[in-house]
Design a protein around this ligand. Structure first.
Ligand SMILES: Cc1cc2nc3c(=O)[nH]c(=O)nc-3n(C[C@H](O)[C@H](O)[C@H](O)COP(=O)(O)OP(=O)(O)OC[C@H]3O[C@@H](n4cnc5c(N)ncnc54)[C@H](O)[C@@H]3O)c2cc1C
Length: 227
């Protein structure tokens, strides 16, 4: 985390642990559970069957996918790719960041680009210093034989795809077209707010995500007081 002011060098995980501790200290109930259903009722919402008057959706983003079998979209354990030949598709920060992570963990990494790389200069320099190869080509040439991926004459053990992310609004897909109103982050559905990357998409920044949550919280407090 380089650009969330006051938190230089802190990892996203450490930061979220700190947020969690802060919330606990303020008496906020935190439940660790996958939300499988969000339904609208006459008076509010049912979230996993439990009633709420307001919902703030902060579900972040999901990766854009390609039709390549068994491709990786998230690398949880870089060491699992030690000594493997890995081809990464994508040319932005996420592609280069993951390329560097798995290279440092011992993988042989090639990045497949469509045009010029769009990652920031320090990531590009680091990738090049680590000997990560950059190639250009048409994805249509990629073949999978059930075990290896082939691109041109070269064989790879794994393909990882980082071609961008999109707002994760899958929980509210069935609620129809929803407009987000700024600066409150309220929506065209009474009581529903969408904040963070789920609202802002490519403007993905921690400061904006926490600010939008605060804007929603303040709007809810004001609405509840005036009801
Ligand atoms: C590699 C990388 C580096 C980054 N570096 C920086 C940086 O240096 N500085 C910066 O400001 N920003 C950075 N960002 C962006 C920053 O991480 C995001 O803007 C921020 O985390 C968005 O917060 P959010 O709460 O909207 O979403 P997220 O942090 O993505 O959180 C969404 C949460 O919702 C949960 N969720 C989703 N669906 C469900 C469900 N059905 N049930 C229960 N939970 C669910 C997810 O598990 C996740 O915990 C980076 C992002 C990435 C990927």
């Amino acid at each position: 985390m380089d650009n969330f002011i006051g938190h230089k060098g802190k990892s996203g995980i450490d930061l979220s642990m700190e947020f969690n501790e802060h919330l606990k200290g303020m008496g906020v109930k935190v439940i660790r559970e996958e939300v499988a259903s969000l339904e609208r009722t006459n008076t509010g919402f049912l979230v996993n069957g439990e009633k709420f008057s307001h919902v703030v959706l902060a579900t972040g983003t999901i990766p854009k996918e390609l039709n390549i079998p068994k491709a990786l979209y998230f690398i949880e354990k870089p060491s699992a790719l030690d000594n493997k030949d890995v081809i990464i598709i994508g040319g932005g920060d996420l592609a280069y960041d993951n390329a560097v992570r798995i290279r440092q963990a011992g993988a042989n990494v090639t990045i497949l680009l469509r045009g010029e790389p769009k990652a920031n200069l320090s990531l590009l320099e680091e990738a090049r210093k680590l000997g990560i190869k950059e190639i250009r080509g048409d994805l249509k040439e990629m073949m999978f034989d059930g075990e290896f991926y082939r691109f041109g004459y070269v064989k790879y053990h794994a393909v990882a795809i980082f071609i961008g992310r999109e707002p994760n609004r899958s929980l509210i897909e069935d609620l129809g077209e929803i407009e987000v109103d700024l600066p409150s982050f309220s929506t065209s559905i009474k009581g529903l707010y969408i904040v963070g990357d789920a609202a802002l998409g490519t403007l993905s920044q921690t400061a904006l995500a926490s600010g939008s949550g605060l804007a929603a919280a303040m709007h809810i407090a004001k609405t509840v007081r005036s009801e």
